[in-house]
Design a binder for this molecule. Structure first.
Ligand code: GLU
Length: 340
């Protein structure tokens, strides 16, 4: 898997929903290495759409964690830059912070509405509360096919609003029947999906606010991202994003989905598996090269997980064709020895 050629623009897109753990660190490391090996640029975008999972103070902490690991970025939120260059923050909308870019998402929603690509939905489900963040957990991934209850139900928007006591509607993407999406993932290979069969018309927003699926397409397009690198738990989201790209008339970037780091029970690494936060290592004074050595071992780039590895070594030697296609299951003893 050679690094892509041409002008490479990648991104790190953390959500300030909690502390970064070693699973997040691996995905960000891989995204960063793809960009640096290609001699490209990497941008940092804070995905902080206002949803219940966003935590105060998490953004500042995650900038510090990334900096501790040695990852840098060529452009990003003013707050992240201010961490290294203290001073007052400019009072202008920050293009690298989603919550400051609402006007752009609103325009995209209006465009999709004019084109008849979205329709108002007045159904209420827990899903409506969660649509602003990327679906990672098993519960969020669980396949729920929207049966199309509100599709074609209302003669106009006013009729839909009249159904709700708060007058607020959600927006669903109107899939073409038998819509087949396919793409060649740079790591996971050929992917195809019949969205109408397993997801049905999915949520893209509520009133004038966009949800994750739409916001990420608008941002990646506007930032000129050439390759999206992320965990393979987001593969199903990519199919949704591809139909949005098509509807908005944008050409999609290349996608590269890598396997995740899992807990000993084979589930996505989470708090229940114990503390694996980067801030813990940072506070204990552990050298980042130790964690990089372990992350490199997980990726097939370091034979001895105890050997410290520098980022410079990884840029020079990391070979993505040696990366195992299966997820890595953490070993508690190794984590304890690393300092957790
Ligand atoms: N902010 C998203 C997350 O926390 C990442 C989404 C993406 O890479 O598209 O998972």
């Amino acid at each position: 898997m050679p690094p892509p050629s041409g002008a490479y623009i990648g991104r790190l897109a953390p959500a300030p929903t909690g502390s970064l753990h070693i699973g997040n660190a691996r995905t960000f490391l891989l995204a960063w290495l793809r960009a640096r090996q290609a001699g490209g640029r990497i941008l940092l975008r804070l995905e902080d759409l206002d949803h219940p999972k966003v935590k105060a103070g998490a953004a500042g902490e995650l900038y510090q964690d990334l900096a501790w690991l040695g990852l840098d970025w060529d452009a990003g939120p003013a707050q992240a830059l201010a961490a290294s260059h203290p001073g007052s923050l400019p009072a202008v909308p920050d293009p690298y912070v989603q919550s400051e870019n609402l006007a752009r998402y609103r325009e995209a929603l209006e465009q999709l509405y004019r084109q008849g690509k979205i329709y108002p939905c007045v159904c209420r489900r827990q899903e409506l509360q969660l649509f602003q963040s990327a679906p990672h957990s098993e519960a969020e991934q669980r396949e729920y096919r929207y049966p199309g209850h509100c599709r074609g139900r209302f003669p106009d928007l006013a009729a839909a609003r009249a159904e709700r006591s708060d007058g607020k509607v959600a927006w669903r993407f109107r899939l073409d029947s038998a819509e087949l999406t396919c793409f060649q993932d740079a790591f996971a290979g050929y992917q195809e999906s019949r969205l109408d069969a397993w997801s049905g018309d999915f949520l893209v927003g509520r009133e004038t606010e966009a949800g994750y699926q739409l916001a990420v397409v608008v941002d990646d397009h506007q930032m000129g991202i050439s390759e999206v690198v992320r965990g393979d738990d987001l593969l199903p989201s990519t199919h949704r994003q591809l139909v949005i790209y098509r509807a908005l008339g944008f050409s999609p970037p290349r996608f590269c989905h890598f396997p995740l780091i899992l807990g000993p029970d084979g589930r996505r690494l989470a708090k229940r598996h114990g503390d694996s936060r980067l801030s813990r290592l940072r506070e204990k004074g552990v050298k980042p090269e130790r964690l990089l050595g372990w992350l490199a071992w997980c990726s097939g780039w370091n034979q001895d997980w105890r050997r410290e590895v520098s980022l410079a070594e990884l840029v020079a030697t990391a070979d993505f064709s040696r990366l195992p296609p299966q997820p890595v299951v953490v070993d508690k003893n190794q984590l304890a020895e690393l300092g957790f």
